[in-house]
Ligand binder design. Structure first.
Ligand SMILES: NC(=O)c1ccc[n+]([C@@H]2O[C@H](COP(=O)([O-])OP(=O)(O)OC[C@H]3O[C@@H](n4cnc5c(N)ncnc54)[C@H](O)[C@@H]3O)[C@@H](O)[C@H]2O)c1
Length: 361
């Protein structure tokens, strides 16, 4: 089984702790029944902790994760009691930027026809992955406000794109396609309107594509991509795009797979050999959904599928497939939460999947 793998587990806010609790129980089954060498380290961070003692993301925790952990499993951050999201920014950006997790990988796969809202389309038509650039773009927080609160107010957010940053995410998308036998990579930008930054994306995309002759490289403006995704998602296999467009396109993708309760993601520093300190972060795509918190109604499947991505990344791809197979079965049997057509609560839907996996191990 190899060396022990320490996983930092952070439920976060709102529904985060309840869905991550279910993902944790599933990982414990793998540890206790299948003997996977997993050590789970619960972190007390999030809005409650921030409101209690002002802690957001201490440096010593960041360093300990970087020195000791193989992965982080995170629920979601965001709480109405912290309106400026100070804690969420420190924790999330502390990991995304601090660990240089430049590739946000979001599989968009529908597990059942019932979940696909597109007329005339079935689950078979929805199977692509989005590579969202995760450390640059308009989300870096560069900019400012001038003459705030006056009629002459000016507000600026800079869109930062570096050659290195653009090239590595595009290359990661091609590499992913190559290693999985995919034949199409689509890059989406807005180079017709954003002539400086996105001309860089377009030029680098064509350059990198020449190194992958077996893969069809297609360029689309992001508005056209959205239109085509709704018309026929089956034409896409791998989509690579910047931070802002990736954020939007992946929520559109989540709608094709049954909503945010079904969407998993990984944030990684994709490189041929593991790099010290670049600890991958796995999180369901959804936020903290405060209105659902504490009611046992949030869909736990995004969190279970995310735990599956974590196991796949750590070298157990058969277990990632097993989790997806049992979540699919649960959807088929309507052993799921109301958002995806079932009647079960968070804990019962999760237990349905976990018990069947446990029985197989
Ligand atoms: N990575 C993160 O931690 C992250 C991501 C997105 C939003 N947020 C934060 O979460 C908070 C709420 O944001 P929001 O409402 O825009 O997004 P959200 O994802 O929390 O909710 C959007 C919609 O999806 C539904 N939903 C989400 N997860 C679900 C689940 N597991 N089961 C069933 N339904 C689910 C919600 O009920 C809501 O209708 C905000 O503070 C926001 O900043 C955090």
């Amino acid at each position: 089984m190899g060396a022990r793998r320490k996983i930092a587990v952070l439920g976060g806010d709102g529904i985060g702790p309840s869905v991550i609790e279910e993902a944790r129980k599933l990982l414990e089954v793998y540890r206790d029944k299948a003997g996977l060498p997993l050590d789970l380290w619960e972190l007390d961070l999030g809005a409650d902790r921030f409101l209690r003692d002002g802690t957001t993301f201490p440096k010593e925790i960041q360093v300990a994760i970087q020195l000791e952990c193989s992965a982080v499993l995170l629920g979601a951050l965001g709480d109405p009691r912290v309106p400026n999201l100070e804690h969420a920014r420190d924790i999330l950006f502390g990991m995304r930027f601090g660990f240089d997790l430049y590739a946000n990988i979001r599989p968009v796969r529908a597990l059942h026809d019932r979940l696909v809202p597109l007329k005339g389309r079935s689950a078979r038509d929805v199977d692509f992955v989005v590579f969202r650039e995760n450390t640059e773009g308009i989300y870096v927080g560069m900019g400012g406000q001038f003459k705030r609160g006056t009629p002459d107010e000016v507000a600026i957010n800079e869109d930062l794109n570096t050659r290195k940053g653009v090239e590595r995410i595009i290359r990661a998308a091609f590499e992913w396609a190559k290693t999985r036998g995919k034949t199409k990579v689509t890059m989406a930008d807005k180079s017709n309107a954003m002539r400086h930054a996105h001309e860089l994306w377009l030029r680098v995309f064509h350059e990198v594509a020449t190194q992958y002759p077996g893969i069809e490289a297609r360029h689309l403006y992001v508005d056209a991509l959205c239109l085509m995704l709704v018309q026929d998602p089956s034409q896409f296999q791998v989509i690579v795009t910047n931070n802002l467009f990736g954020d939007i396109v992946t929520d559109l993708g989540a709608a094709f797979q049954g909503g945010l309760g079904m969407a998993a993601s990984a944030n990684v520093h994709a490189s041929a050999t593991p790099e010290r300190g670049k600890v991958p972060l796995f999180e369901p795509v959804h936020g903290s959904a405060p209105p659902l918190a504490g009611k046992d109604i949030a869909n736990p499947f995004a969190a279970l599928l995310t735990a599956g991505m974590l196991l796949g990344h750590l070298g157990w791809p058969a277990e990632e497939a097993r989790i997806e197979r049992w979540v699919t079965k649960a959807i088929e049997e309507e052993a799921c939460t109301v958002d995806v057509g079932g009647k079960l609560g968070t804990r019962a839907a999760s237990a349905w999947v976990r018990e069947r996996i446990a029985a197989e191990l």
